[in-house]
Design a protein around this ligand. Structure first.
Ligand code: MN
Length: 226
């Protein structure tokens, strides 16, 4: 059996200190996983727990690229996030077994068409076109989980100006908790990436600007807009 069209190349992300790459299967994202960010978006973090949305796998882009300012928006926002890469899958994974699924960690930027997201929210429509556009998942080089779980600060800098600055410990759901919850909604698979939510301080990136997400112990995820 063949294919009527040549299959597309697998989307993938870089691995630190390696020429091998991590093939990406799916991209899941957590909404509202830091209390201050939930409040800045007009929600009560105690009343409304985190939730999930997706980006297509081929929205992924390595750190260090220059990309065109996305079409159909005048309000492109950055969201600095810890990205978790799964090396094993499972359904109904208990929190204490979740850690065993993790292959690695990276810094990421959940690029967002904030104006389209606001329109979608107001019209009770899906977020796909606000979140899942070309190059919308910027991911830095993955650091294998065997080297340790990241801790400490997560920051975003736009042209060197600090816009987001929080501690990974401020997450409402821990990484293990996210994997546990998500695995009750879908069967997780090796190659899945999870964006674990952004802290407060989201804001615009203009054409010509460089946006860099930094997480202690990980290589940065940077992107320049033109
Ligand atoms: Mn996000």
């Amino acid at each position: 059996m063949g294919f009527v069209l040549k299959p597309a190349a697998l989307p993938s992300v870089a691995v630190e200190n390696s020429t091998d790459r991590f093939a990406v299967r799916r991209i899941f994202c957590v909404g509202r996983n830091y209390a201050e960010h939930a409040r800045e978006m007009g929600h009560d973090p105690d009343a409304e727990p985190p939730f999930f949305f997706n980006k297509p796998a081929d929205a992924v882009i390595d750190s260090g690229h220059t990309i065109p300012y996305p079409a159909a928006t005048i309000e492109l926002h950055h969201e600095a996030e810890l990205v978790v890469a799964l090396g094993a899958g499972g359904a109904f994974v208990s929190t204490d077994k979740a850690k065993a699924l993790i292959w690695g960690y990276a810094a990421g930027n959940d690029l967002t068409r904030r104006d389209l997201q606001a329109e979608a929210k107001a019209a009770r429509r899906p977020w796909d076109m606000a979140k899942g556009f070309d190059n919308s998942a910027v991911v830095g080089p993955l650091r294998p989980a065997v080297l340790g779980k990241p801790s400490g600060r997560i920051r975003c800098l736009v042209d060197g100006k600090l816009t987001q600055d929080a501690d990974l410990g401020e997450m409402i759901w821990s990484v293990a908790g996210i994997i546990g919850h998500l695995s009750r909604l879908v069967t997780l698979q090796p190659g899945d990436l999870i964006f674990t939510g952004t802290p407060a301080g989201i804001g615009p990136i203009a054409r010509g600007q460089l946006c860099e997400v930094q997480i202690d112990g990980l290589q940065p995820a940077s992107v320049r807009l033109v």
